[in-house]
Design a protein around this ligand. Structure first.
Ligand code: SAH
Length: 414
């Protein structure tokens, strides 16, 4: 293993167990490194700090360990076992009502660059660093050892998450077993998981708790699930007793998935309808709240309510990350403000807005400010009922606060 020497004084954040070495902190390396190689990180005068994966870019090393230990089978088994023990503690393992969870959440599980989601007996693994890609077979082996009989296949899906400059020619595919079974259970609801073609690992596992909260509030409400993707929120709203649920996504593929998931749980239920449409275009067609007639008594004939435009008194906004990088932050804040203002303008008095940001580059405070500005622009009285975040199986490493990425607010719009 090669040694990497830091500039003088650049070991401070690592002493506080922050798991990244920025390229500006690097003094020199005694040899030539390939992206993905393991490297030993030393202070300027040669004392040991950490071992990690070398990568090209502003983050030069993602730290695997702060101990001078071999990165071998034992290491991977220990790390995955530790992650598995946390999921057991949360109550997500061997739970027939919930077979869907995140087993490894990168830095949050001291495995920077690695994500593993469990769907029934399938693990879907994603490498976000070349180092993790290089180790994929060792990781798969350790995974099988820790999960044993619980696992019958491991699907590797890193085509879109690895730096394409690395030219690894990697392909998505099974590292172990294979399965065509692709239905997983979340809180007793069933979902088709498209890990072959879907976004991320096929499902947004991180909204589980927040979907359950939507279910609690859905009774008797007219729900708009904007940016619905697989329709997670929609299915929960249906079970919660919503009188109408409209799911909107600009991707037709997503709309097909929502319809399939509704059909799986609530076959031929006329309360639901899905629209392949741009969010702003769809909202434009919704009447402003002032123009709105008072809410009809929740009807016995839901079919008559299915035509748009409509008004909604429970709206979910869960857009894709508006800011993928730091330099996009200002633009993203404006985007959140505009979107939330547009939604609030349309909401009748007494409505609920569930609004989210999954941009890591936007802080909780910035997001809250964007939504507050939106409320002012929409000239609505707004109360903050809940502040939401990512669930416990997406833990935040306390030394890596950047790992806190999912933020949500539940607002009561008067
Ligand atoms: N709420 C979802 C996850 C949302 S992911 C869940 O719980 O699983 C973001 C989704 O927004 C994607 O499916 C993407 O197709 C969709 N999207 C992106 N831009 C959009 C736009 N301008 N209008 C509508 N949908 C959009």
């Amino acid at each position: 293993m090669k040694n990497l020497y830091l500039n003088k004084g650049k070991d401070e954040s690592l002493r506080r167990y922050h798991p990244w070495v920025f390229s500006g902190a690097v003094n020199h390396i005694d040899g030539k490194l390939q992206e993905g190689d393991l490297v030993r990180v030393l202070t300027h005068d040669g004392s040991f700090i950490a071992i990690g994966h070398w990568q090209i870019g502003s983050i030069a090393v993602r730290v695997l360990t702060f101990e001078d230990e071999p990165i071998d089978h034992r290491f991977w088994v220990q790390r995955i076992q530790a992650a598995f023990d946390v999921r057991k503690t949360i109550g997500l393992v061997d739970n027939p009502q919930n077979t869907t969870y995140r087993l490894v959440h990168g830095e949050g599980d001291n495995l920077p660059g690695l994500v593993i989601d469990i769907y029934g007996q399938t693990a879907v693994m994603q490498a976000h660093s070349v180092g993790m890609h290089v180790c994929r077979n060792e990781i798969a082996e350790a995974l099988r050892e820790v999960l044993g009989e619980r696992l019958n296949s491991i699907y590797y899906k890193s085509e879109t998450t690895l730096p394409f400059k690395a030219e690894l020619g990697q392909e998505n595919g099974f590292l172990y077993g294979s399965t065509s079974e692709n239905i997983a259970m979340e809180n007793g609801l069933r979902f088709h998981i498209d890990w072959l073609r879907g976004q991320k690992t096929g499902f947004f596992v991180d909204q589980r708790d927040n979907r359950a909260l939507v279910e609690q509030y859905a009774k008797g409400r007219r729900v708009l699930n904007m940016f619905c993707y697989t329709g997670g929120f929609s299915v929960y709203a249906m079970r919660g007793g919503a009188t109408l649920v409209h799911s909107v996504d600009s991707s037709q593929k997503a709309i097909d998935l929502v319809n399939a998931n509704i059909q799986l749980n609530f076959p031929n239920d006329a309360r639901h309808q899905a629209f392949a449409e741009d969010a702003f275009k769809f909202l434009d067609a919704v009447p402003n709240s002032e123009l709105r007639v008072t809410k009809e008594s929740t009807s016995q004939t839901p079919n008559s309510e299915l035509a748009t435009p409509n008004s909604y008194d429970l709206v979910i906004l869960d857009p894709p990350a508006f800011a993928k990088h730091r330099d996009a932050v200002r633009h993203a804040i404006k985007g959140y403000t505009k979107l939330n203002a547009r939604a609030m303008e349309k909401m009748p008095a007494g409505s609920l807005l569930f609004t989210f940001s999954c941009s890591q580059a936007i802080s909780k405070e910035q997001f809250r400010m964007a939504v507050f500005t939106a409320a002012t622009l929409a000239r609505r009285k707004v109360r903050l009922l809940h502040q939401l975040h990512q669930p416990a199986d997406h833990p935040v490493n306390i030394y890596h606060p950047e790992g806190e990425y999912l933020k949500g607010l539940v607002l009561y719009v008067e």
